[in-house]
Design a protein around this ligand. Structure first.
Ligand code: NDP
Length: 297
């Protein structure tokens, strides 16, 4: 194996530690601790676990968290009313609406109802729009894409002028990662399910980010020697030798690609731990922005 392994667990720990220290300093100075509110609609078990993990992570760094839960048949107006109430609550700095929402709800409208100064998930259309514009910056960058950029930096990837290929164009991962890479002056190709000859496109990549949800689809001969490979995919595949009967793999065939890449993230232990770490960082930032705004007014 020749690739440097990018240790997302360790890098995420450092980010959480940095947030914890900043929160402790606030407490020492008698300043309010940041507050995060989560809004969970329905009873999707995976969403419930994600939300629980976010509250646990908040507690570990001293961020206050508030959980709002609504039933699966909550109306659009009821969900928006909760968001509006949290928008008005000065003790809440960040609002996270757990996705996916039940199908009868208008996700775009609910995300747009979040105050952009509390949009710690970075999915408000104004924040995403700013990400797509030259010379403008969003108040918050979506957490998983922000984590990808931190990992690229930790790997020492040279982004300016590099050929970057992003596999996937979802609103939550692929597209914002591509926009961030453009901001970092990479030349970016975005691939999706209609892309022809994916392998040939990937072979041009100095930086390859895979976010397609297809287990181990990226093979060794898709990767340029020395490329930096970030694997966002989290896929559960059957494995009779594992205790649970299954295991997690990424979108990249790790063991073979690691022999040729310059640096690579493992799954688990790569991008996964970064998402919550960046959420904590965004929540701290939301509190700091609220204070800056109060000074300006
Ligand atoms: P989506 O299903 O929303 O998007 C998948 C994207 O991949 C789409 O753009 C789709 O193309 C493209 N795609 C799917 N199959 C292929 C294929 N065979 N060839 C080329 N492109 C393909 O997924 P997400 O973006 O939400 O998530 C992607 C992966 O990242 C998943 O494994 C998910 O679990 C993981 N993830 C990990 C996170 C973390 O914290 N580490 C956070 C979020 C997601 P098209 O647009 O044409 O349909």
């Amino acid at each position: 194996m020749s690739a440097k392994i990018i240790d997302g667990t360790e890098i995420a720990r450092a980010v959480r530690q940095e947030v914890k220290q900043a929160v402790n300093e606030r407490i020492d100075r008698g300043l309010p601790v940041p507050g995060l509110a989560t809004v969970l609609v329905g009873d999707n078990p995976a969403s419930a676990v994600y939300v629980r993990n976010k509250h646990k992570a908040c507690a570990e760094v001293g961020i206050r968290s508030i959980a709002r839960a609504l039933p699966a048949d909550a109306t659009q107006a009821e969900v928006e009313a909760v968001v509006n109430e949290l928008n008005q609550d000065n003790s809440v700095d960040g609002i996270l609406v757990q996705l996916p929402l039940p199908r009868h709800l208008d996700e775009e409208k609910i995300l747009a109802a979040i105050s952009i100064t509390k949009d710690v998930d970075g999915f408000h259309p104004v924040n995403i729009g700013r990400l797509a514009q030259k010379g403008r910056d969003p108040l918050f960058v979506p957490c998983t894409p922000a984590g990808v950029m931190v990992l690229l930096e930790a790997a020492g990837a040279q982004l300016a002028g590099a050929n970057a290929v992003v596999l996937g164009r979802s609103n939550i991962v692929g597209m914002p990662v591509a926009l961030l890479l453009v901001k970092a002056n990479a030349t970016v190709t975005i691939c999706h399910s209609r892309t022809r000859d994916l392998a040939a496109v990937c072979r041009q990549a100095d930086v390859l980010v895979a976010a397609i949800g297809q287990p181990e689809m990226v093979r060794q001969d898709w990767v340029k020697p020395g490329a930096v490979v970030i694997d966002v995919g989290i896929n559960r595949v059957p494995d009779p030798t594992a205790k649970k009967g299954s295991r997690l793999v990424g979108d990249v065939a790790f063991s073979e690609v690691a022999q040729i890449a310059g640096a690579i993230t493992p799954v688990p232990g790569g991008v996964g731990p970064m998402t919550i770490a960046m959420l904590l960082k965004n929540t701290l930032r939301a509190r700091q922005l609220a204070e800056q705004q109060a000074i300006q007014n």
